[in-house]
Design a protein around this ligand. Structure first.
Ligand code: PLP
Length: 450
């Protein structure tokens, strides 16, 4: 392929294919980025500013101009041990010296096996089959496919739909989108192309609110009406994340398990956001003591180093799919990438000393002290804290650009969305840094970003 002349982009000396390319200065880098590179959920015509990061260590991101920001986002909830953790750096470098990647069809390797062993030690014994995949959304696709293949292989072809709560978020691919909230999700953009699923009302009983039996009525109604054509129910246990950062009562999960059993519906837990300690338990399902048939994990799995996810299932699901010579029909090119597996195994190793539990408890305490009083400010609709998650929900949508600049001016990195300003910091954040994050959040709650 003939390279296009970079002169048309205004910097002929920086041909993209050249070796020894001179690095762009920051202004040019940002101009190129703005002109040519999509960012998540962004306009390519009129994008908001992107801040150029040069490096990251511990809980700090360093921008090109040397500005240091305390990261309250853990890079979309992944970097639980902070950046450049020596153990994770070593695991990655060590694996790179052996092999970066080999196909997983017909081959296997130590990093995948060691990681699967670690994972299986952490989850309930019933879940003992692991499918590695590339990202959270793909893990959800895989879970849905597993459920659909299972019901077909076991002679219940009529069960093709999924049951879920409103206000959920499960990813951006098509099957995952179909179980995201039908109003706030992306259904409206894709009209009739998104599969129609069955939605129960979003859980209205908060995590610590007193439980009343009628809270599960709508869930019961949905099962009564639709279980006959449903293969599985899929939910984010306890925390509905990107769909609204809401925390719900563990009893919903117990009810859900019972309904699934009663109506011959598989139960899928999407712990992509909540897994690996974020809510104060290793997995959010532990708050309810409920075991799903299929479990999705991702995000913090590699400690934020590389994209990797996994879909775990029970032996019953696996043997259902594989009876009569059946195979599970999924196989990504980069399945079980050894670099990602090695760093994930090291990250789970760090979790295994149990220190995360005290760290998350300490974070929860500070978040509670600092954020809960914000509920008194005009313009704040609600404040919620659970584990290492602190959320301020405003009455009106936030001006993302202005809020982001306000936070950066205070040395803090957070990414608000809609009416929500929230933090999910690395577990290693110390108290002073955490209080700097919460002070910036309080500043917005008290004065706005103006
Ligand atoms: N499921 C949940 C609960 C999530 O929070 C996310 C991402 O935020 C996903 C799935 C999708 O994961 P990914 O962005 O890795 O595709």
């Amino acid at each position: 392929m003939r390279p296009r002349c970079a002169a048309r982009r205004g910097f002929c000396s920086h041909l993209w294919y050249a070796t020894g390319v001179e690095k762009l200065d920051t202004a040019r880098l940002l101009r190129f980025d703005r002109t040519h590179i999509w960012h998540p959920y962004a306009s390519m015509v009129d994008p908001l500013p992107a801040y150029p990061v040069d490096r990251a260590r511990g809980v700090r991101l360093t921008l090109h101009d040397g500005t240091e920001l305390i990261d309250g986002m853990s890079s979309w909830w992944t970097a639980i041990h902070g950046y450049r953790h020596p153990t994770l750096d070593r695991a990655l470098a060590g694996q790179a010296e052996r092999m970066a990647h080999v196909m997983f069809g017909g081959l296997t390797h130590g990093p995948a096996v060691e990681l699967a062993r670690r994972l299986l030690e952490l989850v309930p014994a019933e879940l003992d089959k692991v499918f590695f995949c590339d990202s959270g959304s793909v893990a959800v696709e895989v879970a849905i496919k597993m459920a659909l293949q299972y019901v077909r292989a076991t002679g219940r072809e009529g069960k093709q739909k999924l049951i879920t709560f409103r206000r959920g978020y499960h990813g951006d691919t098509f099957a995952a989108m179909s179980v995201c909230d039908p109003v706030n999700g992306m259904h409206h953009l894709f009209g009739g192309l998104v599969f129609q699923q069955h939605f129960a009302e979003t859980p209205s009983c908060g995590f610590t609110d007193p439980w009343r039996d009628e809270y599960a009525d709508d869930l019961r109604r949905v099962f009564a009406e639709h279980a006959h054509d449903s293969a599985a129910a899929i939910v984010e246990p306890i925390v509905q994340g990107a769909g609204g950062m809401r925390f719900y009562h563990p009893r919903y999960l117990t009810e859900l398990r019972a309904l699934c059993d009663q109506h011959d519906v598989l139960l899928i837990f999407d712990e992509i956001a909540t897994g690996f300690g974020r809510t104060g338990e290793l997995f959010a399902a532990h708050h309810a003591g409920v075991v799903p048939d299929i479990l999705c994990v991702g995000k913090a799995l590699t400690g934020g180093y590389l994209s990797l996810a996994a879909t775990l299932s029970t032996a019953r699901v696996a043997s259902g799919i594989c009876q009569n010579g059946g195979v599970f029909m999924h196989g990504p090119t980069f399945m079980a990438n050894p670099l990602a597996c090695a760093v994930a195994e090291a990250s789970l190793g760090l979790l295994s000393n149990g220190q995360w539990r005290g760290q998350v408890r300490d974070i929860e305490k500070v978040l509670g002290e600092e954020l809960l009083p914000c509920a008194a400010f005009a313009g704040v609709a609600d404040v919620r804290v659970l584990g290492a998650i602190g959320v301020i929900e405003f009455c009106d949508p936030l001006d993302m650009g202005r809020v982001q600049q306000f936070l950066v001016d205070r040395g803090v990195w957070l990414r608000p969305f809609g009416k929500l300003l929230y933090t999910m910091p690395p577990y290693i954040v110390d108290e002073a840094d955490l209080r700097q994050i919460t002070a910036a959040m309080r500043g917005i709650a008290e004065h706005g970003a103006g």
